[in-house]
Design a protein around this ligand. Structure first.
Ligand SMILES: [Zn+2]
Length: 259
């Protein structure tokens, strides 16, 4: 009964909030990161993006007034990681804030001595636990080019990581996945990256991944969708764990290898 009710609600939302096909086709064509999806995956992604925009709102800040094309650009890329997981993974927040470019995030924090500090950092994206995802439109527009950079996937990977509390590089794993194998793969690669940087050597991954295990997970998620062959080559165990977690294999998709 509940399942049927959910399906009915889904159908109704899809009908009521259907996105103009011409806009979807135009944006889709501008995003090489989506080009390797087969027709049924593409259809499912557009459905997810439609439901995403029906449930959430994309609002502007810093003088930007997002148009439908901008909202669709965010939604299609945000839904790629959950293509085989479902939108429930993005429960608990409703707002995506778009700035025209870099924005300054102000973070108050207390140090061990109890002293108050204020950090003001220029950011291109930010995901709040239980709150909005904030993105720089200039960087969203530069995402999806299969070059390893994707601020949308990066911030929404933090959201997946937050499904079981503070982002720490350990999102909830699916039944049948092995927590030890996940930790071994991701922590091992994280520590190896930190050692490479400490030794002053050239890292194979974006050095920003060494900021914390949470950033590591988001950066390798970007690479997983944007440069999957490169990630599979330099961190094969991480790649394998991400295939299990995201339930998709972008490298196989891009290289046209049979499933
Ligand atoms: Zn991050």
């Amino acid at each position: 009964m509940l399942r049927r009710l959910r399906q009915w609600r889904r159908r109704r939302l899809l009908e009521r909030h259907a996105l103009p096909a011409a806009v979807v086709a135009e944006i889709y064509g501008q995003l090489p990161v989506l080009a390797s999806l087969n027709p049924s995956e593409r259809e499912r992604l557009v459905e997810l993006a439609t439901l995403f925009l029906a449930e959430k709102r994309v609002i502007g800040a810093g003088g930007l007034e997002p148009d439908l094309g901008m909202a669709v650009t965010v939604a299609l890329q945000a839904c790629l990681p959950v293509l085989n997981l479902g939108l429930d993974w993005y429960r608990g927040f409703t707002t995506i804030i778009l700035y025209p470019g870099d924005f300054v995030a102000r973070h108050h924090y207390q140090d061990e001595l109890g002293l108050e500090h204020l950090d003001e950092l220029p950011m291109v994206g930010e995901a709040w636990e239980g709150g909005p995802v904030v993105l720089s439109w200039a960087d969203v527009a530069g995402s999806g080019e299969l070059d390893g950079f994707n601020v949308v996937i990066h911030e929404f990977a933090h959201k997946l990581d937050m499904c079981n509390g503070e982002a720490n590089g350990h999102p909830p794993l699916h039944e049948g996945m092995n927590r030890q194998a996940w930790t071994l793969a991701l922590s091992g690669a994280y520590e190896a990256l930190c050692e490479t940087l400490d030794a002053g050597e050239e890292p194979a991954l974006d050095p920003y991944a060494a900021e914390s295990p949470a950033e590591f997970f988001s950066v390798v998620s970007e690479a997983f969708f944007e440069l999957p062959g490169g990630l599979a080559e330099v961190c094969p165990e991480v790649y394998r764990q991400l295939v299990l977690f995201y339930r998709q294999d972008p490298w196989r998709r891009l290289s046209g290898r049979p499933v």
